[in-house]
Design a protein around this ligand. Structure first.
Ligand SMILES: O=c1[nH]c(=O)n([C@H]2C[C@H](O)[C@@H](COP(=O)(O)O)O2)cc1CO
Ligand SMILES: [Zn+2]
Length: 167
C-alpha cells in the first residue's frame, strides 16, 4: 500500500496572501519615495478591490511633480491618489461592509474617512512609519470612535519570492 499524498504545508495564509497582493500592487507605483498598495478582502476572503498610489486617470506622470518639498503646488501631495482611496474606488461594490483592507502603510486621515464610510471593519497594515504625524493621530482617533479595528501584520516568513520561470 502506498501512503496517501499529504497536502502542501507551505501555502500562504489568508493574511499573507492579501498583504502580498497589496505589496505586489505597490510595485505599480511610480512614486520614487514611498510605494503603497492596498487590497480589500470580503468576509468570504474574496478580493474585491486593489489599488496603489498614483496620479489620477488622465493626469500624466510626466506632467505632475514627484517632489516632496517646496511650494505645495510643486509637490506630489495635492495630486496623488492614495492606495486606499484607489482600492475603495476600484472595488466591485460601494458597500464594503465587513471587509478588511490590507495596506503597506498605515492610512492617513483622508483615507481613513473613506475607509470608515465604505463600511470596512478592519485595517491590517505593515508599516506605521508616520505614526507620529498629526494625520495618523487623527486617523486613529476616528477609527477608535467608529469601531474600525486595526492591527499590524506580523510576518511569519521574511519574504515571498515570485519567479517567471516555472520549469
Ligand atoms: O496612507 C497612505 N497611502 C498612500 O498611498 N500614501 C502615498 C502618498 C504618496 O504618494 C506616498 C507618501 O509619500 P512620502 O512618504 O514621500 O511622503 O504614499 C501615503 C499614505 C500615508 O500618508
Ligand atoms: Zn491616505
Amino acid at each position: 500500500m502506498t501512503e496517501p499524498i499529504k497536502k502542501r504545508l507551505n501555502y500562504l495564509s489568508w493574511d499573507e496572501y492579501f498583504m502580498a497582493v497589496a505589496l505586489l500592487s505597490a510595485e505599480r507605483s511610480k512614486d520614487p519615495n514611498t510605494q503603497v498598495g492596498a487590497c480589500i478582502a470580503n468576509r468570504q476572503n474574496k478580493i474585491v478591490g486593489v489599488g496603489y498610489n498614483g496620479f489620477p486617470i488622465g493626469c500624466s506622470d510626466d506632467e505632475l511633480p514627484w517632489d516632496r518639498q517646496g511650494p505645495f503646488l510643486t509637490t506630489k501631495y495635492p495630486y496623488v491618489c492614495h492606495a486606499e482611496l484607489n482600492a475603495v474606488l476600484n472595488a466591485i461594490s460601494t458597500d464594503l461592509s465587513g471587509c478588511r483592507i490590507y495596506v503597506g502603510l498605515f492610512p492617513c486621515n483622508e483615507c481613513t474617512k473613506v475607509i470608515i464610510q465604505s463600511g470596512i471593519k478592519e485595517i491590517v497594515y505593515l508599516s506605521d512609519k508616520y505614526r507620529d504625524s498629526d494625520q495618523v493621530k487623527a486617523a486613529k482617533r476616528m477609527l477608535d470612535l467608529a469601531g474600525v479595528s486595526y492591527r499590524r501584520f506580523i510576518p511569519q516568513r521574511p519574504e515571498i519570492t515570485l519567479s517567471f520561470s516555472l520549469d
